[in-house]
Design a protein around this ligand. Structure first.
Ligand SMILES: [Zn+2]
Length: 302
């Protein structure tokens, strides 16, 4: 009997940082589509990640406060150079390599509406950090008669027509007070990985990725790094069957905080260590760090 592995094309964070009117003075005006990125980040540059991201103006004031706290924390991060997998994946040891990775993949941070949450995810298994727009994209390229899927962010139309459209959504779970601020940054790094697609799939592959990912070779899964259900009858949990997927990035981020964060407290490091161990022990079918990661090489215009 074939047990259909229910794939949760994971939670792609479509994080959209919406900034309310009273925060108009913040640095949100830059159109990220016009940004240029250095392939070799400078160690001297200010992280200033937020200046590359458009925040949804639907975020509530409490949420904005947490978002700003997160980016302030991010700006204070300093990394050493002792953790090799981070270097292998991000291309270097410093925070700037992580910044470069994030700003290429997160261009809009959007507040997920309650209506969309209910429409896309009924039940209580999913609380709002995820890949809503990834589903749209896969569905769109499968259906030749569909329009390019679009969404409006702060009144501007953004096309959802490729994996790296840069729209990350955030639901209520992102603001759960039990989540440490460093872990929120970790969530961003995870969701950003879902924006990668080394090779644009054919319509047929996209169809299977969207509907029946367990019925195609897992080599295709590196497109948007889909997850598989964990094989322990826990349908609410997702695992990675591929190397260097989104959970691998989550693990690397936490391990880096634990082993190599120069600006973190001991308590923050221990929290990250616990999280890294949890990922390592519960999210992988295989060694997630074997071989060479495919990360920044694909054409952004795909
Ligand atoms: Zn995921």
């Amino acid at each position: 009997m074939i047990i259909r592995v229910k794939i949760i094309i994971t939670f792609i964070l479509v994080l959209s940082f919406i900034i309310s009117c009273n925060l108009k003075h913040m640095s949100l005006k830059q159109d990220p589509a016009k940004s240029s990125y250095s392939s070799t980040p400078s160690k001297e540059q200010n992280h200033d990640l937020l200046s590359f991201i458009v925040l949804d103006n639907k975020f509530k004031s409490g949420e904005l406060r947490m978002i700003n706290e997160m980016f302030s924390k991010y700006d204070s991060l300093q990394f050493g150079s002792s953790y090799e997998p981070f270097r292998r994946f991000f291309g270097g040891d410093s925070v700037e390599y992580l910044t470069d990775y994030l700003k290429k993949r997160i261009k809009y941070f959007v507040r997920h509406s309650e209506e969309k949450l209910q429409q896309q995810y009924s039940g209580d298994g999913w609380k709002g950090i995820g890949a809503y727009y990834m589903h749209d994209w896969l569905q769109n390229i499968f259906d030749p008669y569909s329009q390019i899927i679009q969404t409006k962010i702060n009144g501007k139309t953004v096309n959802i027509d490729r994996p790296r459209h840069g729209v990350i959504t955030s639901g209520p779970a992102f603001f759960d007070t039990s989540i440490d601020v460093l872990e929120r940054i970790g969530i961003l790094t995870h969701e950003a990985r879902h924006s990668d697609c080394p090779t644009r799939p054919t319509d047929q592959v996209a169809y299977y990725l969207f509907n029946f990912p367990d019925q195609i070779n897992t080599s295709y899964w590196s497109c948007v790094n889909v997850h598989a259900a964990c094989n322990d009858n826990d349908e609410g949990r997702a695992c990675d069957k591929i190397t260097w997927g989104s959970y691998a990035v989550s693990f690397i981020y936490d391990a880096k905080i634990y082993m190599d964060c120069l600006s973190c407290t001991e308590s923050e490091k221990q929290t990250a260590n616990l999280s890294a161990k949890t990922y390592w022990n519960s999210r992988f079918y295989i060694n997630p760090l074997s071989g060479t990661p495919n990360t920044s090489s694909f054409d952004e215009s795909e």
